[in-house]
Ligand binder design. Structure first.
Ligand SMILES: [Zn+2]
Length: 197
């Protein structure tokens, strides 16, 4: 990977051998490996010993989870807050594991829509709750830095499964509790997260 990064620097018109850049390929490799470490993570290992059987059927919410991801169209960061809720049937996930789950899918090349639904689908698959809701609000550097549609560089996506999809009161309760920064209601026609150009 370091050799490719050295070539890339040269292609950009830089001198990869100048002092400030000598160790850059090594650093970039390390950074990129970390930022895409989600490919190697195993969801079952992450959730290991953290699925509990309980007698609890109220909404569980973990909100304001910071996340950082890379858009697959430009390899530039998009980042923001993720809010997760579910209503258990008889199993819950240890609360500290939810942010870890968000990391597993964030640390890959992503589009925000897929990231959102992967988190929701994984929770559904692992604990079969009555419903799962995931909302993600993110700033996309590929849009704000390039000056493309600056006003839309903040994107909101949502995945509503089970009772959150079927029952508007449950969905509203969740949306009320997370109070979106953008004040925009996520909908199935959420704005595209990243312009593919
Ligand atoms: Zn992009």
């Amino acid at each position: 990977m370091q050799e490719s990064i050295r070539s890339l620097l040269a292609e950009l018109g830089e001198d990869p051998s100048r002092e400030g850049l000598v160790d850059t390929p090594k650093r970039v490799e390390k950074a990129l490996t970390f930022l895409t470490s989600g490919y190697k993570a195993n969801v079952d290992e992450v959730l290991n010993n953290a699925l509990f059987t309980v007698d609890y059927s109220e909404m569980v919410i973990v909100k304001d989870i910071d996340f950082y991801s890379l858009c697959e169209h430009h390899l530039l960061p998009f980042f923001g807050k993720c809010h997760v809720a579910y209503i258990p049937t008889n199993k819950v996930i240890g609360l500290s594991k939810i942010p870890r789950l968000v990391d597993v899918f964030s640390r890959r090349l992503q589009v925000q829509e897929r990231l959102t639904s992967q988190i929701a689908e994984t929770i559904r698959e692992k604990i079969a709750p009555l419903g799962v809701a995931v909302v993600m609000e993110a700033t996309h550097l590929c849009m704000s830095m390039r000056g493309v549609e600056k006003q839309n560089s903040f994107a909101v996506t949502s995945a509503m499964l089970g009772t959150f999809r079927e029952n508007s009161r449950t969905r509203m309760e969740f949306l009320e509790l997370i109070r979106l920064r953008s004040a925009a209601m996520p909908s199935s026609s959420a704005r595209v997260a990243c312009i593919d150009e």
